[in-house]
Design a protein around this ligand. Structure first.
Ligand code: ATR
Length: 272
């Protein structure tokens, strides 16, 4: 039986073991999936031991995505541009492939909930690792343009510069947003986890049809509630579908089988 685990610190609240056991049941794959919590500086030792013991693959979450990026023998193009790895896979020849499925998880979820992304004007709020991981997959989904707005404008500009050759990506701080309308707003900051809101002008929602928060809570996040206050017609969603979507993409990398995400999202939501 192939064995997998998720690495993070802390890791006890991770939903990945539940999600992958639901995928395994649904697709009749016989796997085992656990969780591992190395010390902050202990990722390399832990992952070496893990693969030496015969495990097949790992998911990697905060704070180890950069360690996993450095650890992999080979990187997929989407992991290379994200400069972060959330999926490790030991191949037949013993080498370790590093992949990043976060962006694919988001794109799948946006398409599921909102429709095709081609031609759309996107606003991404935040310029951390979560934003960097999704830009290329969004460009590949043929969005019209992406504007990154961040509390610290220089970090948004750095990201826009990184992707300048890939597609139309612009940047600003919160106070100097361009005057244009956006179709979709994605909150890529973790502000909702503390019930906070990014200090950005509420007019961003006026002509948008969808606002997506990458974080999730048992009920609507503070960002989703704010989007509704600003525009009653706007559709909103939290990031649970992205979480399940990135897991499904990892499962596909390891097993070459694509699980259905809807029933798994439903079960995990009921358990929040
Ligand atoms: P991650 O890797 O999860 O994206 P990160 O690299 O620490 O985390 O980045 C967090 C992002 O969320 C940053 O863009 C941060 O803004 P700054 O660059 O100005 O620090 C943003 N962020 C976090 N909390 C925020 C809040 N309450 N309001 C606005 N932006 C916030």
């Amino acid at each position: 039986m192939d064995r997998y685990a998720v690495f993070g610190n802390p890791i006890e609240h991770s939903k990945s073991p539940l999600i992958h056991s639901l995928f395994a049941k649904q697709t009749e794959q016989n796997i085992e999936y656990g969780r591992q919590q190395p010390d902050a500086d202990g990722f390399n030792d832990a992952i070496n031991t893990f693969f030496a013991k015969g495990y097949t693959g790992a998911n990697v979450t905060s704070p180890f995505k950069l360690d996993a990026f450095r650890f992999a023998d080979e990187l997929t193009p989407r992991a290379k541009v994200a400069e972060a790895v959330n999926t490790l896979y030991k191949r037949e020849d013993g080498t370790i492939l590093g992949d990043n499925t976060d962006g694919a998880g988001l794109v799948q979820d946006l398409q599921r909930l909102w429709g095709e992304l081609n031609g759309k004007h996107l606003l991404l709020i935040g310029a951390g690792g979560a934003t960097r991981g999704i830009i290329l997959p969004l460009i590949l989904a043929k969005v019209n343009n992406i504007h990154i707005a961040n509390r610290t404008a220089s970090k948004a500009q750095q990201l826009a510069d990184m992707f300048a050759n890939e597609g139309a990506v612009s940047a600003s701080g919160f106070s100097d947003l361009p005057e244009t309308d956006f179709d979709l707003i994605v909150n890529c900051t973790s502000s909702s986890l503390d019930g906070d809101l990014p200090e950005i002008a509420p007019r961003i929602f006026t002509n948008a049809s969808f606002a997506y928060d990458m974080t999730y809570k048992p009920h609507a996040t503070s960002f989703m509630a704010w989007a509704h206050e600003c525009n009653q017609a706007i559709k909103t969603a939290d990031g649970l579908g992205m979480l399940v979507g990135q897991a499904a993409e990892s499962f596909y990398v390891w097993r070459n089988v694509r699980p259905l995400i809807e029933p798994v999202i439903k079960t995990v939501r009921e358990m929040l």
